[in-house]
Design a binder for this molecule. Structure first.
Ligand SMILES: [Zn+2]
Length: 450
């Protein structure tokens, strides 16, 4: 029996995507006011002017009418912790007490596959509700948590990267691992490049790994050069001082990771606040990337990331929510706080740059350019439909927006999950905003035949 699903899906909306970094190039983006996006077999088939593409559509292809909305590539969140969903917004005076009081006891529960599976379902729902189609995710120290995560993301055909946290010292007994990384290797063999899943080798941070574990981690990263590596670096000053005591022979906190072979393309370093110029240069030279996590940094009082210095060094920057220290799953709210952090560091982040960082910039940081983060033909059809009038306040503000920059800026500063009208992964609709928010006529879905 043949399946009558039409081969091509068509979406009419304004289209926005990037081909360069607006921080460094004049004409970095493509904007099509009345655009048409064509998807076939889970990939972008074409994107361009409605007037140019519509006449060539086969008869009977229904066009989903999202006029008044903006289609962009799905957001990419390059740093967050799936087992910390239940403890988001937990009060603690700083990183180390926060870990002890909330994080470790919460992560303990993820050794239970049933608990982990339920947590993964909720976590992925929340990502998709916020328009995030790819994330670089920390699981817990239990391999069951990784299996639960990938079983859930694979069932939804999502492009996700995740890995088992490694830590074998300075942590509670119930989360303590060893320098024997056979579990991680087994997980790589099971999940890396299985469908759209990708594995991330995940030492939590230098203070919770022995030198033996870091050395084994470096070996694993060499053996599997196209896996990701993710960890934290230079988040707050107490932590930096602690690393200095634990690794007195190393030049800097970041140098601990370099020493053990953990700086390379597809290595993602969370936070990067208290780095010096040599550190920023090493990030750029090794092809490693930065996950800037402003809501988390402000929440924990960790410090202010310096975008200007990262740019001056040519280091790749992306944005992470860092849930549960981050206070929102929304990449729009993450842009909002990134903007303010940049202001406090004397720099300015235009909205176009922020949307770049959350899409193509993140894809480049993850070595996935051409695969995700764009509406160019051939890319995987992971895209979102943004509603610039999603709330009464956004509608009022954007009714007189004078430019694309103004519209995007209002979305970043005032938007959240309500601004995500729909989320598509590999061409399938994986989230649609529910009727509870349909208080504006423009929120009603309509279909037109072209
Ligand atoms: Zn983190």
């Amino acid at each position: 029996m043949s399946n009558p699903t039409p081969a091509v899906q068509a979406y009419r909306a304004s289209l926005l995507h990037f081909h360069a970094d607006p921080g460094f190039a004049e004409q970095a983006h493509t904007w099509i006011e009345d655009g048409l996006l064509l998807v076939e077999d889970g990939r972008i088939k074409a994107s361009g002017d409605y007037a140019a593409l519509a006449p060539a559509l086969a008869p009977g292809v229904a066009v989903a009418d999202y006029r008044g909305h903006i289609i962009t590539p799905g957001f990419i969140d390059t740093h967050l912790h799936f087992p910390q969903t239940d403890m988001i917004a937990s009060p603690a005076p700083g990183l180390l007490p926060w870990l002890e009081t909330y994080t470790f006891p919460t992560e303990r529960q993820f050794g239970d596959p049933v608990h982990a599976r339920a947590g993964a379902e909720f976590f992925l729902d929340e990502l998709l509700r916020n328009g995030t189609t790819t994330a670089l995710v920390y699981c817990s120290v239990h391999k069951e948590s990784v299996d639960a995560f990938f079983e859930t993301s694979t069932a939804r055909n999502l492009r996700m990267a995740a890995g088992k946290v490694l830590m074998d010292r300075n942590c509670p007994d119930f989360l303590q691992d060893t320098a024997d990384l056979r579990d991680s290797e087994e997980l790589i063999q099971r999940w890396h490049k299985h469908g759209r899943s990708m594995y991330a080798i995940t030492p939590r941070f230098a203070p919770t790994s022995t030198e033996a574990q870091l050395a084994a981690t470096g070996e694993l990263a060499r053996a599997w050069p196209d896996t990701f590596i993710q960890t934290h670096v230079s988040e707050n000053q107490d932590e930096c001082a602690w690393v200095g005591e634990l690794f007195p022979q190393r030049r800097s906190y970041l140098d601990v990771y370099e020493h053990y072979g953990l700086m390379r393309p597809r290595a993602m370093f969370g936070h990067c606040i208290w780095l010096d110029d040599t550190d920023f240069a090493r990030l750029a030279e090794t092809g490693s990337a930065i996950a800037h996590c402003p809501t988390s940094n402000l929440f924990l009082g960790s410090g202010l990331f310096d975008m200007k210095r990262a740019d001056a060094a040519g280091a790749m920057v992306s944005l992470g929510t860092d849930v549960g220290a981050g206070t929102s799953f929304s990449m729009l709210q993450t842009m909002n706080e990134a903007y303010k952090v940049a202001r406090l560091k004397g720099s300015y982040l235009p909205a176009l740059r922020m949307f770049y960082l959350a899409t193509l910039g993140a894809a480049r940081s993850m070595g996935l350019e051409g695969t995700i983060g764009t509406l160019a033909p051939g890319a995987e059809a992971d895209f979102i439909v943004l509603d610039p009038k999603a709330t009464p306040l956004l509608a009022r503000r954007n009714a007189h927006a004078g430019s694309l920059e103004e519209t995007l800026f209002a979305l970043a500063l005032l938007g959240d999950d309500r601004a995500i009208r729909a989320t598509y992964a590999a061409g399938a609709c994986v989230h649609e905003r529910t009727a509870g928010f349909a208080f504006l006529p423009s929120n009603r879905p309509t279909e037109t035949d072209s």
